[in-house]
Ligand binder design. Structure first.
Ligand code: CAA
Ligand code: NAD
Length: 305
């Protein structure tokens, strides 16, 4: 099927400069991996403060990589970090950044209208051949692409958290995504040292279609009082071999993000994802209302202060 078409017939265009929009958990990770792989990267966010936060995520992660690469050589570690960072360019002007890139990767808040208005603005600013991709966890790629006049040059490129360590990237093609664009994304993903898989534009793609209902079921288990949160986490780590239990993982992903995903699917209805599985959870709502978004805010189901 066209979804599984490999880059064997490659007509890929060459990508030299990538713009990543959003310098949060995911955007910063994508910027790091791209710069480490030799791409020039523009990192864009709304404010200088947010960019500084993203830059900090990258440098502290690079320090760990550098320590492994050059164990007892502090100077070599610093040279490695400086070399990678020399390819990272910070900006608050997304249109300008996009205008000089062959690929734009969007990793902003999980909201359809916000993503559509961003891409609508960029569509007028970027060269015709520039490819647009979204790192959305749950929104239909076709709906985001509909805000632009480049539906053949639009796809999903879904990275996993933490980006520097997770090898997988899902490449999502809509019915309109061209073969050339798919091949280019395949090549870029490989150059980043990641393993690409292809999926059609269906809710949650592969990983989140399976992972999010699992997270929601773990919330119900605890809400019913069947088991404690700690015991659910212990059980899935030691009984199913998961590196993190579901509550630890939700804290890691961000509870706001989990809520955006499930609310979006629930509101969209259509029975695409089992409604009972993704119905609102009072336990999740309670934490999000309190501003407890997980690790990134210092507190979620667990405390990280
Ligand atoms: N940058 C670079 N290197 C890092 C790093 C970072 N930020 N963090 C850790 N490392 C390195 C360490 O140096 C270490 O290297 P060595 O083993 O060679 O010494 C290695 O990575 C492991 O580090 P840790 O011991 O700290 O980590 P761990 O073994 O406990 O694994 C984990 C951490 C990879 C996060 C693991 O717990 C895990 O896989 N958890 C599940 C993550 C997951 O499921 N993610 C997907 C979420 S869903 C999603 O992303 C999709 C969505 O749309 C919501
Ligand atoms: P985050 O909240 O950590 O970061 C989002 C960043 O985008 C913030 O720094 C924010 O200031 C910035 N931003 C918001 N609107 C913007 C705009 N119009 N222009 C420029 N910057 C803007 O979020 P995140 O966890 O990095 O998630 C980003 C995207 O990646 C979401 O679509 C999410 O669903 C998806 N995703 C998240 C995970 C995860 O585990 N957290 C995994 C895969 C995919």
């Amino acid at each position: 099927s066209h979804v599984l078409r490999s880059a064997a017939y490659s007509t890929a265009t060459e990508v030299k400069k990538i713009t990543v929009i959003g310098s949060g958990l995911m955007g910063a990770g994508v910027v790091q991996v791209a710069a480490q792989s030799g791409f020039e990267v523009n990192m864009v966010d709304l404010k200088q403060d947010f960019l500084a936060k993203g830059e900090k995520i990258i440098t502290s992660s690079l320090k760990r990589v550098a320590k492994k690469k050059h164990a007892d050589d502090a100077a070599a570690q610093q040279r490695f970090i400086d070399d990678v960072m020399s390819r990272v360019h910070l900006s608050t002007d997304s249109a300008r950044a996009a205008s000089e890139s062959q690929l734009v990767i969007e990793a902003i808040v999980e909201n359809l209208k916000t993503k559509q208005s961003l891409f609508k603005a960029l569509d007028g600013a970027a060269p015709q051949e520039t490819i647009f991709v979204s790192n959305t966890s749950s929104l239909p790629i076709g709906d985001i692409a509909s805000a632009t006049a480049r539906k053949d040059r639009f796809a999903g490129l879904h990275f996993f958290n933490p980006v520097p360590q997770m090898k997988l990237v899902e490449i999502i093609r809509t019915a309109e995504t061209s073969d050339q664009v798919f091949d280019t994304l395949f090549a870029v993903t490989k150059k980043m040292g990641k393993v690409p898989v292809a999926c059609k534009d269906t809710p949650g793609f592969i990983v989140n279609r399976l992972l999010v209902p699992y997270m929601m079921e773990s919330l119900r288990l605890v809400e019913r009082g069947d088991a404690s949160m700690q015991d659910v986490d212990t059980a899935m780590k030691l009984g199913a071999g998961y590196p993190m239990g579901p509550f630890e993982l939700m804290d890691y992903v961000g509870l706001d993000t989990i809520k955006f995903i499930t609310d979006g699917w629930y509101t969209a209805g259509k029975g695409l994802v089992g409604d009972k599985l993704i119905a609102p959870s009072s336990l999740l709502e309670k934490h999000v209302k309190a501003g407890e978004f997980g690790r990134k805010s210092g507190k979620g189901f667990y405390s990280y202060e």
